[in-house]
Design a protein around this ligand. Structure first.
Ligand SMILES: C[S@@+](CC[C@H](N)C(=O)[O-])C[C@H]1O[C@@H](n2cnc3c(N)ncnc32)[C@H](O)[C@@H]1O
Length: 567
């Protein structure tokens, strides 16, 4: 403990703050005295080791939604390491997507770039350093750019380069778990990384680098072994966070990576933009009691339990046992439930099929009304089949009619809240009122009411799986805004017919409009840095202004409109 000084009196100190371990005190008395000042800086968690989960963050005091947990800068960040065979690729300077065939090329290494003035190109923590290595290959490509210039290898190269420029950061990186034991030579992951990253870097760039090193007698990079490259690929896959703002960025943070996964996580995080180096800010999204684990979500909140658990097993190498995964109804949402096709007295039994033990990968499924059971294999087959059909339709720029038809078909097999139904309904509410044949003046009152009902139903589900709007703010924002738009069409029609605010149904709709718009702005408040978020916020604000104009033009007293239920 030599050298530590008391934060209160600067005398030698041995007692460290047990929560953050960043400050020390000469004794308990000064620690107590200093708390008023320190409490705003002290990290509200400690790092503990859990036998199953490894290192985790545990709250050292009670936290309320919104309380700050951690702010830190990444150790390293770079283009998302996913294989790109066609379509846009990230610029190595700023990670914004560009079309490789038409783009400018980097002076140093010939990689496709957004433009020669991109500030990331010369920045030594971004492309600047790696460019020197990439420039060692003396051939250029005109065709086959996606394979020749592999952006999916760049983040690994950036990590390797830390060993000389930032050895401490490199050591921090190597402390992260890469699950190498589960990524052995016989796995598909190993084979892909071997050819896409290891061989690519070694053959094209490290081989000429070693020749230069031999000539100059100066070593550029100490360890470029196949083992360390595979380890870094694993570290990135298991620990990196994705930043989806205006670019496809993946980043590794020194402490944030310790947050464990929970399908009902208790934090939300946001990233500063590129100018500020993608600083992450993590806040409590739900109340967190002292001793609770601090968690985030590694997978998609809108997938059903089996899909989430499979994704986590395949990419993060563990089986989730959180409350949502363990509950056959998924917190009462029925997101994975199926319709029972069993019969009673020759009539459909009307029951629903749920997994008997959702934490068992081979669980049987049972009906809550009749004796019908399904094997997990049968359920997986059906759900995958429906999923494939939904994906195909969603990717084909579908019409309302096509989505309506697949919806009707799948409702024969799955619960109306099933996550595949959610996805189709979420698309439908964004087509009613926008697509030719379904423009606002072409929609019947019934269809508009149907759209509003879908929005309400989907919002109910979303609230249960993401009560703090930490994971699905864009989904909720869209639903709230579409609910407002649907209601407004109905209100204006009734208004034109002379049915005014004294009528209870109009009052309810007006109230719901007002509440939907203010909720939309609240749920989207952390989405300002993403283009989709920014666009939606400006649409909601525009609607807000239109709503105010409507209210004032028609002299509606909203304070008297009290019959609406708020969400
Ligand atoms: C980003 S790291 C988190 C830090 C990690 N616990 C460690 O000790 O380095 C992700 C890994 O943590 C473990 N993990 C995270 N959440 C978990 C959970 N809910 N259940 C079991 N293991 C979990 C898994 O091994 C996973 O691959």
């Amino acid at each position: 403990m030599g050298g530590l000084k008391c934060a209160e009196c600067e005398e030698p100190a041995e007692l460290k703050c047990s929560a953050c371990k960043l400050v020390a005190y000469c004794g308990k008395e000064h620690q107590k005295k200093h708390w008023k000042e320190h409490k705003n800086l002290c990290r509200p968690f400690e790092i503990v080791t859990d036998p199953e989960k490894g290192k985790c963050l545990v709250a050292t005091r009670d936290l309320q939604p919104g309380d700050l947990i951690l702010v830190e800068n990444p150790i390293v960040y770079g283009p998302r390491p996913h294989m790109v065979e066609e379509g846009p690729v990230p610029c190595p300077g700023c990670c914004r997507l560009i079309i490789a065939d038409n783009s400018a090329r980097c002076d140093g290494c010939d990689f496709p770039i957004c433009n020669p003035d991109c500030p990331g190109l010369k920045d030594m923590d971004r492309h600047g350093h790696e460019c020197m290595i990439l420039g060692l290959r003396d051939v250029k490509a005109i065709n086959g750019l996606h394979d020749f210039y592999r952006q999916d290898a760049l983040l690994t190269l950036r990590c390797l380069l830390l060993q000389n420029r930032h050895p401490k950061k490199f050591a921090q990186l190597l402390e992260m778990n890469s699950h190498q034991d589960k990524r052995g030579e016989d796995t598909e992951t190993y084979k892909i990384n071997e050819s896409r990253v290891v061989d690519y870097l070694q053959d094209n760039f490290f081989a000429p680098m070693r020749i230069l090193e031999g000539k100059s007698g100066k070593q550029v990079l100490k360890d470029i072994s196949k083992e360390i490259i595979h380890q870094i690929c694993g570290i990135v896959d298991v620990n990196a966070l994705e930043i989806n703002q205006d670019a496809e960025v993946t980043a590794l943070y020194p402490t944030a990576f310790l947050m464990e996964h929970n399908c009902l996580s208790n934090t939300k995080h946001m990233f500063d933009n590129a100018d500020k180096g993608y600083t992450i800010t993590i806040r409590a999204s739900l109340p967190i009691a002292k001793g609770d684990h601090i968690s985030t979500m590694y997978t998609h909140a809108l997938w059903g339990t089996q899909a989430r658990r499979e994704h986590l097993r395949e990419t993060k190498y563990f089986s989730c046992k959180c409350l949502r995964c363990a509950d056959p109804t998924e917190l009462g949402t029925y997101l994975s439930a199926l319709k029972c096709i069993g019969t009673q007295d020759d009539e459909p039994c009307g029951g629903i099929q749920l997994p008997i033990d959702p934490l068992d990968d081979n669980t049987e499924w049972a009906c809550n009304k009749c004796d019908a059971k399904l094997t997990n294999h049968e359920v997986c087959f059906l759900v995958n089949q429906i999923g494939e059909e939904v994906d195909n339709v969603q990717l084909s720029n579908p019409t309302v009619r096509e989505l309506d038809s697949i919806l009707t078909k799948m409702l024969n097999f799955v619960h109306p809240n099933h996550y595949h139904v959610y996805s189709v309904k979420h698309s439908l509410v964004q087509l009613y009122g926008y697509q030719q044949g379904y423009m606002p003046n072409q929609l019947s009152d019934d269809i508009i009411a149907k759209k509003a009902t879908m929005c309400r139903e989907l919002l109910e589900i979303t609230k249960k799986i993401d009560p703090a709007n930490a994971r699905l703010p864009l989904y909720s924002g869209v639903l709230l805004h579409e609910l407002y738009l649907a209601n407004m069409i109905l209100i204006k029609r009734k208004w034109d017919l002379g049915i005014k605010t004294k009528v209870k149904s109009i009052n309810v709709l007006l109230q719901e409009c007002q509440s939907a718009l203010s909720q939309a702005l609240r749920v989207l408040e952390n989405e300002r840095n993403s283009p989709a978020g920014e666009k939606l916020i400006s649409l909601v604000k525009f609607s807000g202004t239109e709503f105010e104009k409507f209210v004032s033009r028609n002299k509606i007293d909203l304070s008297g409109v009290t019959t609406g239920k708020s969400n």
